[in-house]
Design a protein around this ligand. Sequence first.
Ligand code: ADP
Length: 509
Amino acid sequence: MIHFNDNSELAIVDTIFSPSLSVFLDAFPDALLLVDDQGMMRMVNLAAQKLTGYTHEQLLGKSIDLLIPARYRARHRHYEKAYFKDPRKRTMRNGRSFALLKQDQQEISVDIDLRPITISDQSFALVNINIANQQFQVEQELQEIEERLLLAKQAAGLGIFDLDLQHQIIYQDERMSEFWGEQSTRSCTYETFFSAIHPKDRALYQAALNKAIDPTGDGEFTIEVRVIQARSGSEKWINSIGRVHFIEGVANRVIGIAQDITKQKMLEKALQNFRSEEESLFKQQVAIHTASAIAHELNQPLTAISAYSEVALNILENNPNQRSKIKESLQNCVTQAQRAGDSLHELIASLHKADAHIENLDLNEIILDASHAVRSNGFSDFHQILQLESNLPTVSANRVQIKKAVINLLRNAVEAMSSANVTNSAITITVNTIAKEKLALVTIEDRGPGINPQIVHHIFDPFFTTKSTGIGMGLSISRALIEANGGQLWIDPHSTTGAKFYFTLPFTS
Ligand code: ADP
């Protein structure tokens, strides 16, 4: 017979540990253990096996210690003795849970009810185990969140700080105090903490903190400062982000995270250096191009002036009476000098932003203008075939720049033909419309020797020239001018009849 010593709920008539008692206990949904006064488990039901993860055989006859985490065992033995001295029903809940060690060594929180039972004059305790429901779950979830946070913190290399504004003490985790150098321990005065900041950044740090603790503000604290590492003297860039906690409108704490951004800062600096180097290289290029463009403009007239001067000197020496010829040569010198001046003026105008204004131009008119300029500048030895489309829509471009590009192309054509002694020097200029693309297409084709396929890919390179007095900037400047006006300039590399250049310009939209 089983007596519940408090004479309560159940009385079971049976012989000690009969199979029917075991069936009876198995039917209970709660985990039940029958423990003798020596702490040995004498019966375990199915729910207990399921809860602990042990089999019936693994538990039966074993000490209850098996289910108690090692750190609680001594204390448990003390309770056990006390219990069997005064066995009575006990409910151990009320917010106090026990740790149960499962077979997989995981600990779970449980509530325990103890009920004294006497079977054949022997004292037992019937232990009813329930998972400490909500609390256990909450604890589990909290633990998981904590673990996830820890992982995230580790992965991001974050340090954590908690600044107690009332007592001016800062608490930091290991990573944070590592950022802050050797002088800053896990908890230290704000003064010590502050002294590690680079002197040039201290005012910034304090200003960010003052702003954050201002009760009328948003309580956000964010700052990037350099921290001096006391021992090595090196600097670390640290980014701190925090939030201020107010109590009754007064800033009480700032809790936040910090990150070492030294590498990022160094990369930024390297990029900045690279950019300024690139910029100065670009400026250098602009200076070279400008100087070359000026040389390009002066080269022609200076060569001519030198030639006319030599002629004049020659006449003076050999036929000093031929005054008209001397005058003619000197007159040519004057014309060339004026031409040089005009070219420079135009060049400066085209380089000057304010003058580079865009207008609606009649491209046919520009072509005629440019060809006239070429002739009047001493390159009149060519025959011109014009195929200009009538009613050509206007193009939006800068007059001076387009005219300059056309003059360069025509001048090159004349020079190529005269150096090759082409007898019937003719330049065909065609202007027509590429309607679909809303562009005007200009073709300038000469009857000269054309361009050697081996060098054709280099002719637009700055300083590329095959001429003894050339500078090699004409085509590169012309291309830049056309492109600055939204068009393109290229050469037909397969032309067999001479050089054939094309350029486009967009129509006024
Ligand atoms: P430069 O006239 O000072 O040489 P350019 O940039 O105007 O500089 O021309 C570069 C080179 O392209 C010339 O030296 C020449 O070899 C070639 N070139 C340009 N235009 C023609 C052309 N119409 N016919 C043959 N070769 C040309």
